[in-house]
Design a protein around this ligand. Structure first.
Ligand SMILES: Cc1cc2nc3c(=O)[nH]c(=O)nc-3n(C[C@H](O)[C@H](O)[C@H](O)COP(=O)(O)OP(=O)(O)OC[C@H]3O[C@@H](n4cnc5c(N)ncnc54)[C@H](O)[C@@H]3O)c2cc1C
Length: 577
């Protein structure tokens, strides 16, 4: 198969918010940048384009950066890397200023940003769109691609699926990708590489994200030997729609949910949230509410389509009308209308869907990974910044801050470093392994294997995990790895735009991630935040540590790293051992 090669100062893999922010900063520091993306920047499956209305930045006293960090750490159940949370969140107000400078419209009142209070925030801290009811995702889609394209130092390569990282002289030195348009392999040599490939929510059947987010960066970083961490913490959003089908898998506008304070019912008409959360009731955190719905379903009280009913009937019609008027152009609300569903009368059915992942590369305050020459930012750049649960509206300021830091750091390093050499044998090996499913004449198609992995994750890696189910899941994963991975084949033999080939390449990443997550979940014998074990239902002090994973000569290696408390100490020691 044909190969083309290119060189650059900085290679950025992933054209979502974190990758774009890194590219802009590196270009402003006068580096040459190549930004590669699996789809087309701004028109692909990046999570940022789907973002709702959450963006936290502490602007207005009595709120403060310290308070923002403290709220983040409380939500994270004290498992956060506190230094990282502070290093990134202190930049949150600046990130809003950047977005505003580039044209993003945030609501203002009396000359100040107008901020609303989402669960877990001590003071109102979440920005909102200047047009009531508009989601901020559309705003990012408008300003970020435009801003990145305005820099001529940034060479944007769309439709390149990066397969694996390459290294030379003990340093990461770029990556090998498949140019989906031509079917050729592309070798990009770089002085510094920034990974920004987002999360791995596509490992679950029900997700609020796009099916393209298969955690490729997680897979390639792990295979290159980077330290990975917190892979057992996966966040579910409680209100992905199960019915009506016109809005299936879409998520109920989060800010509307809180504005109207919907009420959740189970199949026997019980307002069940108050049984789990007598104080917060239907206004608990997303993790808590997802867990409650999951339990109701497991115990046989789920709605007709396997979730819960969300109702607004308790509110006066004219109050709901005001919100409906604000949201009349919202596609979700239009979908409801199309289905003949009137939320003043009818409940919609919702269920917990994979929404965000806390696990990814270990990073430091400069966003460097454990591998020289490699940075990780955004959702993939975990570092333990979110701890055991993420506060709503924190992901995007984290992405913007990390992109800025990594872009700047990498650009500065690139002025000092030479371009590393090319390890031809390694490139050959990556290309021939990636070509295998394409060359094979029969076997198992990726669509089948992906479905098996998703079914497994959706059954065994959600809430109320337990030893038996996790072990059973790992056994099944081992079978898939042994029996199906070597037989993976692509039925269509055209080289150009062969998306089945891309799917085949995603499978290996999905398998590596599923195994890392399940084994970490099995190892963590406690319940904390997003990680809930039915056989270890308590939070345990002994588990105030991160699970760190690395590939070594014996395979997947697991160790632990204690959490430190430089800023905020756990308030109560309800932990038992
Ligand atoms: C529905 C939804 C709503 C959300 N709402 C909010 C919100 O209101 N507030 C908030 O703070 N957070 C929100 N989040 C979370 C937030 O949007 C994400 O955490 C954030 O966008 C992640 O940014 P990122 O740049 O790391 O990744 P992404 O924005 O997901 O971008 C990753 C990019 O990497 C590319 N890529 C992946 N693999 C490869 C590969 N192999 N080769 C090349 N390119 C690749 C992808 O195509 C994509 O462009 C939401 C998430 C979802 C799913």
């Amino acid at each position: 198969m044909l190969k083309k090669t290119m060189t650059t100062d900085i290679l950025i893999i992933g054209g979502g918010i974190a990758g774009i922010r890194a590219a802009i900063e590196a270009a402003e520091q006068h580096s040459d940048v190549v930004l590669v993306n699996k789809g087309q920047v701004g028109k692909d499956g990046a999570a940022v384009w789907m973002a709702g209305g959450g963006y936290q930045a502490a602007f207005n006293p009595p709120d403060s950066i310290d308070q923002h960090v403290e709220d983040t750490i409380k939500a994270g159940k004290y498992l956060n890397n506190q230094d990282l949370a502070m290093a990134f969140l202190k930049l949150a107000p600046d990130t809003v200023k950047d977005l505003t400078k580039w044209g993003a419209r945030f609501a203002k009142k009396d000359g100040k940003f107008f901020q609303i209070k989402l669960p877990g925030e001590t003071y109102p801290r979440s920005m909102s769109h200047s047009i009531i009811g508009e989601s901020l995702g559309g705003e990012y889609r408008k300003v970020l691609p435009r801003q990145v394209r305005s820099h001529k130092e940034i060479n944007i390569l769309n439709d390149i699926f990066i397969v694996d990282l390459i290294g030379s002289g003990g340093k990461i030195s770029g990556a090998v990708g498949l140019d989906v348009r031509s079917g050729e392999f592309v070798v990009i040599q770089a002085k510094e590489t920034i990974l920004a490939t987002g999360g791995f929510m596509a490992l679950f059947n029900l997700t609020t994200a796009n099916p393209t987010l298969t955690g490729d960066g997680h897979g390639m970083a792990y295979r290159a030997g980077a330290r990975m961490m917190d892979m057992e913490f996966i966040q579910f959003f409680p209100a992905a729609t199960l019915w009506p089908r016109t809005v299936y898998r879409d998520h109920f506008p989060y800010t509307l949910l809180w504005r109207l304070r919907g009420i959740f019912y189970n199949a026997i008409g019980e307002r069940f949230m108050e049984r789990y959360f007598p104080i917060e009731k239907d206004f608990a955190t997303r993790e808590a509410m997802s867990r409650a719905i999951h339990r109701e379903v497991k115990e046989g009280r789920g709605s007709a389509n396997g979730g819960a009913y969300l109702s607004f009937r308790h509110l006066p019609r004219n109050l709901i009308n005001v919100c409906l008027e604000d949201l009349k152009d919202n596609p979700f609300m239009q979908g409801l209308k199309e289905a003949g569903v009137d939320i003043r009368e009818d409940a919609i059915e919702i269920g917990p869907a994979a929404h965000y992942v806390q696990g990814g590369c270990w990073v430091n305050e400069r966003c460097e990974t454990s591998l020289p020459g490699l940075y990780a930012v955004g959702e993939l750049g975990s570092g333990g910044k979110d701890g055991a649960d993420r506060l709503a509206g924190n992901a995007l300021p984290f992405c913007m801050a990390m992109g800025y830091i990594a872009g700047k750091e990498a650009a500065q390093k690139a002025t000092r470093d030479d371009l590393p050499g090319l390890n031809e044998a390694q490139v050959e090996e990556i290309c021939s392994r990636a070509a295998e499913p394409f060359m094979r004449q029969d076997g198992v198609r990726p669509v089948k294997v992906k479905r098996e992995i998703r079914d497994l994750m959706s059954r065994n890696m959600v809430y109320d995990r337990n030893k038996d189910e996790l072990e059973e899941g790992l056994k099944e994963l081992a079978r898939i790895r042994q029996e199906e991975l070597p037989r993976l084949y692509v039925s269509a033999k055209t080289e150009r735009f062969n998306l089945e080939w891309v799917e085949a390449l995603e499978v290996r990443n999905m398998l590596d991630i599923a195994e890392m997550s399940m084994r970490a979940a099995l190892m963590r014998e406690e319940s904390r935040g997003l990680h809930q074990r039915s056989d270890f239902p308590e939070e345990r002090k002994a588990w105030l540590k991160h699970i760190v994973i690395r590939m070594d000569k014996d395979g997947m290696n697991f160790t632990t790293e204690p959490v430190t408390f430089p800023l905020f100490k756990p308030m109560s020691d309800k932990a038992n051992s």
